[in-house]
Design a protein around this ligand. Structure first.
Ligand code: TYM
Length: 382
């Protein structure tokens, strides 16, 4: 059967095989090349596997962010989460990158929880539900280690008073035919969704500095619109750094989806569930029998366990190289590779669970009492 090559990518849907080079051309972004990675590493005084290994593969104006950093103007970070339910291990990629930039460059981070978006976008999601998940997701985000004095986490339905004046100014500059073309809205799309992009754009104006947004490439359509209107308001065009989608357990197409449980490992999955899911569903690049595998070797390029180690769970470059070679040569069997991944994920999740417990005590610092949160409570953007 010929594989479907057509890709559909919007902030709400990713279907088919994702051709990242094609997306760079289609969206008009720039590839994140080694020269720029080296420059970031020089300024950061450290290297990150997401940058070294091309997990973040594309950007907008990241070179200008580095200019601003080098000449002392500085920048700030913005990212977010749509609280539609539990978070999976793909969702944390942009947050881990954001936290790294915060730590290395000592800059403020704004995190938007879009309870409004998720309520509007899905018939089945009630407002109570997306509000409850805003809290739960905030704990998972805080558990990743953000600085409480330099991070403000806000939930749209709560913070809207501060955002609304700017949101209507933004909305006035965007017409229906544009959002139809950019997001694929239709005549029967509810008008809440049609307005929503204004709300996701406003946080790029939280400071009069350049805003850098780490997110998967599916969120880029918002930044494209932002970049058309920002300078008219006296602000900078948003800069962005785009990550690939962590592939679903079941194979390399599309993205891991929180609504299809067998494609995802959730942050709340226990050790047994992690083991069961990986053993049962992780798409293998191995051969049909041990004999054949020893003879022909496996294919790490399509093997999801290998890809997850490369994306997230094995930061040591020499170890990942060894695993790749051993798997390709047939020395390492699929079952053994899965065991390596299971152990790594369970180690990560064990630490995550304990940090998440601590986050319950700390959440008010991020939403109310920390230095940045206090500053933001009374700021009205207009
Ligand atoms: P949401 O909740 O769909 O996704 C949260 C973040 O995770 C990225 N992402 C992934 N990254 C790697 N692998 C995957 N399989 C994967 N699936 C999703 C998303 O790109 C996103 O960065 N509308 C947004 C919330 C939002 C936001 C923002 C996101 C508001 N403001 C600013 C980024 C930046 C949403 O529903 O994200």
């Amino acid at each position: 059967m010929v594989k479907k090559e057509t890709t559909k990518i919007t902030p709400w849907e990713v279907e088919g095989k994702v051709d990242y080079d094609k997306l760079i051309r289609k969206f008009g972004t720039s590839p994140l090349d080694q020269e720029l990675v080296k420059r970031i590493e020089r300024n950061a005084g450290a290297s990150h596997l997401f940058l070294r290994r091309g997990i973040f593969f594309s950007h907008r104006d990241l070179n200008l962010v580095m200019d601003d950093y080098e000449n002392g103007k500085g920048f700030f970070l913005y990212t977010g989460r749509g609280p539609s339910g539990p978070m999976h291990i793909g969702h944390i990629i942009p947050f881990i990158m954001t936290k790294w930039f915060q730590e290395r460059f000592k800059v403020n981070v704004y995190i938007e929880l879009t309870d409004d978006e998720k309520f509007l976008n899905d018939e089945k999601i009630t407002l109570d539900y997306s509000r409850k998940w805003s809290y739960e997701n905030a704990l998972d985000i805080i558990a990743l280690g953000f600085d409480p004095d330099k991070t403000f986490i806000f939930q749209d339905t709560d913070y809207i008073k501060n955002i609304y004046p700017m949101a209507i100014k933004v909305a006035k500059k965007i017409n229906f035919s544009l959002v139809k073309a950019v997001f694929g809205f239709r005549n029967d799309t509810n008008i809440g969704m049609i307005f929503y992009p204004a709300i996701q754009i406003v946080p790029t104006f939280f400071e009069k500095k350049r805003c850098l947004i780490p997110a998967a490439i599916d969120q880029d359509p918002y930044w494209r619109i932002q970049r058309d209107i920002a300078e008219g308001f006296g602000y900078y065009k948003a800069a962005a750094i785009h990550n690939r989608f962590l592939p679903p357990l079941t194979g390399l197409e599309g993205k891991m989806s929180a609504s299809i449980p067998e494609t995802a490992i959730y942050l709340h999955d226990d050790e047994k569930t992690v083991r069961q899911k990986i053993m049962k569903y992780a798409f293998s690049g191995g051969q049909a029998t041990v004999e054949l595998h020893r003879k022909l070797g496996g294919n790490p390029d399509v093997d999801v366990s290998f890809q997850w180690l490369k994306y997230l769970f094995e930061p040591d470059d020499s170890k990942i190289k060894k695993i790749e070679e051993e798997y390709r040569s047939g020395n390492l069997l699929t079952g053994e590779l899965k065991e390596i991944l299971i152990e790594k994920i369970n180690q990560f999740l064990e630490k995550h669970r304990s940090e998440r417990e601590k986050a319950k005590e700390k959440i008010n610092e991020f939403t109310q009492n920390g230095i940045l949160a206090q500053q933001m409570r009374n700021n009205i953007f207009e």
